[in-house]
Design a protein around this ligand. Structure first.
Ligand code: SF4
Ligand code: SF4
Length: 419
């Protein structure tokens, strides 16, 4: 059974292996090895027997091939209604075939599954909201990704991402030392404009523990400063953990359930160590899904909840505005037509549509919040919040943009109100 040195069924648990993957520019050798990687059919059969539950088997059997789900998928629409992009076709031709053949599939089929699972579905779960039987491709493609990963058929970038989680407990190579130094640097940078601003690390018993995305210390440290400014203005008693600060999960995208568990244990470990009253997550929608919605199950929590109440960034922003901890200068409210892109993760899958609209009501002059979900003019709450289309970056663009506007507005309000 040929296994490559880079492309194989092993998880990335050593720095040497991670560095070798990183040195393979564009994954040239990795994909060459993948073209010879054998499928472990016996293992695949056993995995199906152990993990393919009745719900997914029923979904595959129930599908009447009515193709109603076609128009619900942005990838189908964006690809000129290519029939191979109809959600039911995508899942039946991949997972459906593996199940029908009870794991007896070859390298070519697994590479086809990899292509469809990662480049023809974002697991946004939109089609499941429209299928008359509630058949949810997002859930099934998530499962298929796990099967592909276990057999070594995973995109090179995501194999690296899972290695980062396993080795650094973060999706990028940011060590705890790097992280803490970045916090100190960002706090120092703000002293002239915001004297006394702190980014407290490892404070026990704070009201809020803030978790975020490795992209922030790695590439956008000013995002950490912006959050700190808001907490400073709001007078929050807050902290960040030196370990367990990274909330995102490339492991979830990759289907590496072992690394998902490692990541969630790291964040939940910080909660248990620092005992905050509440935990606040960054704007990232997939991070919320990974740590708050699915994470409890990955670590075997029977109540399906994190150990401490864990709110999304938009929930905290809405609360701070509602309670007057942050004030917006009414003269600075936006007086141009504004729309809002709903996120699949924390809106459709977690129900925070009202929260984001509440934030808009403080930021935008009444009458200027026009409509949501571009392309629809007669909208109901359901069509806005449930039917919003995946942008592949929806949560980030919507909430980060709102947060950026809010930071700017809040600063203005702060000078006008408190200066
Ligand atoms: S809408 Fe549902 S039943 Fe119809 S083809 Fe799609 S998955 Fe199958
Ligand atoms: S989950 Fe989203 S991206 Fe995937 S098939 Fe359904 S609508 Fe398309």
């Amino acid at each position: 059974m040929p296994e490559g040195t880079l492309c194989n069924k092993k998880t990335v648990d050593t720095k040497e292996y991670l560095d070798a993957l990183l040195a393979d520019k564009s994954g040239k050798k990795y994909y060459e090895e993948m073209s010879h990687l054998e499928v472990d059919k016996e293992k695949l059969k056993k995995t199906l027997a152990a993990s393919m539950k009745s719900r997914m088997r029923a979904w595959l059997d129930l599908c009447s091939h009515c193709a109603l789900c076609g128009d619900t998928c942005f990838l189908y629409l964006a690809n000129h209604r290519d029939p191979t992009q109809v959600p039911s076709y995508k899942i039946q031709s991949t997972l459906g075939k593996i199940v029908k053949r009870n794991g007896d599939v070859d390298n070519e089929h697994m590479r086809y599954c990899m292509d469809v699972a990662w480049s023809k579905c974002t697991c946004c779960n939109r089609c499941g909201s429209f299928c008359p039987y509630g058949i949810d491709m997002g859930v099934m493609f998530g499962y298929l990704r796990g099967l592909c990963f276990s057999q070594g058929f995973v995109p090179w970038e995501l194999k690296i991402g899972t290695g980062m989680h396993r080795i650094y407990h973060a999706q990028m190579d940011v060590t705890s030392e790097d992280w803490v130094e970045t916090c100190e640097w960002m706090a120092d940078e703000q002293q002239e404009e915001w004297p006394g601003l702190e980014i407290p690390v490892d404070k026990v018993g704070a009201d809020l523990m803030y978790t975020l995305n490795a992209r922030e210390p790695k590439h956008y440290p000013e995002d950490i400063a912006e959050a700190a400014i808001l907490f400073h203005i709001a007078g929050e008693n807050w902290t960040v953990p030196s370990e367990g600060w990274e909330q995102t999960s490339l492991a979830m995208f990759a289907g590496d359930w072992g690394a998902c568990k490692v990541m969630v244990e790291s964040v939940y470990g910080a909660m248990e160590r620092l005992k905050p009253k509440r935990v606040l997550g960054t704007e990232c929608g997939h991070a919320h899904r990974a740590t708050v919605i699915e994470g409890p199950y990955w670590v075997g929590r029977k109540d399906g909840r994190p150990p401490v109440e864990y709110i999304h960034y938009t929930e905290w922003v809405a609360e701070a505005l509602r309670t007057g901890k942050i004030k917006i200068d009414p003269d600075k409210r936006i007086k141009e037509l504004v729309t809002l892109q709903d996120s699949c993760n924390y809106i459709r899958n977690y129900g925070l549509a009202d929260v984001t609209r509440e934030i808009i009501s403080y930021l935008v002059e009444p009458g200027y919040f026009w409509r949501t979900s571009p392309g629809r003019s007669l909208v109901t709450w359901w069509s806005r919040a449930i039917s919003s289309r995946c942008t592949r970056t929806g949560s980030t663009t919507s909430a980060a943009a709102a947060a950026a506007v809010l930071t700017a507005s809040a600063c203005i309000a702060s000078s006008a109100t408190w200066a």
